[in-house]
Design a protein around this ligand. Structure first.
Ligand code: C5P
Length: 222
């Protein structure tokens, strides 16, 4: 029997990736965190395409896109992101990457480049993919679509604790500002903006635990 294709979109720090990871395990699906891919390109751009003032040179990045080989490898049950053979799973969570990723993700060239990686994974079914445009653009024919939202206070708290657990220093104000700024850029961009697909189920998990959100989503999947 063909396994389902599930699209999970939504605002930053609504728990999309950690929830998708658990659902993938329960249903025997592959999980793809597409935000990590955009972060991977951003990490590359910061290191390989910055000018002398530290500003990312987009034209240089577009010319070098074919040099970027991003790959997820399963290590100890975790999917670890590799860039050209190097583990970059920790580096893609830094403040510098978070501060630049939405500007990189606005670029049509970057989105086109990552499209193939995302679609090829879903071809055989059996995948849960989380991001911003999965239900609207990447996998418009997904079997199930969900759109996650939560209050900014709750999301700030969650991201702050997540970063703390990764040993990344940040004030709550910085975390909050980054979330607001990314959501604004992601929602207002011309290409593949963050928005709920018409046929997606809206899940506001402000007052739900991670487990409650997972159970709620699973209740729709037959
Ligand atoms: O999911 P995460 O917060 O790690 O995503 C980082 C950024 O990558 C988002 O703020 C957004 O700019 C971009 N992104 C995107 N489309 C996706 C996934 C992520 O534009 N499908």
């Amino acid at each position: 029997m063909r396994k389902p294709v599930i699209a999970i979109d939504g605002y930053s720090s609504t728990g999309k990736s950690s929830i998708s990871k658990v659902i993938a395990k329960k249903l025997g699906l592959i999980h793809m965190d597409t935000g990590a891919l955009y972060r991977g390109v951003t990490f590359f751009a910061i290191n390989e395409c910055s000018d002398e003032n530290g500003k990312i040179d987009l034209e240089k990045l577009f010319k070098k896109l074919n040099d970027i080989h991003l790959e997820f490898k399963k290590i100890d049950e975790e999917l670890i992101l590799f860039l050209n053979g190097n583990d970059i799973s920790k580096e893609i969570r830094t403040n510098e990457v978070s501060g630049n990723v939405s500007l990189i993700a606005c670029q049509k060239e970057v989105r086109d480049y990552l499209m193939e990686t995302q679609r090829s994974i879903a071809q055989k079914g059996g995948v849960i993919m989380d991001g911003r445009d999965i239900g609207t653009v990447v996998l418009p024919d997904a079997d199930y679509k969900f759109f996650l939202t939560a209050s900014i206070d709750e999301r700030t708290k969650r991201r702050f604790l997540e970063l703390q657990s990764l040993g990344i220093e940040n004030s709550e104000t910085e975390v909050r500002e980054n979330l607001i700024s990314r959501d604004k850029i992601d929602s207002e961009r011309a290409v593949a903006p963050l928005k709920k697909a018409d046929d997606a189920i809206l899940v506001d998990n402000s007052k739900m635990t991670k487990e409650e959100t997972i159970d709620y989503i699973l209740s729709f999947i037959s």
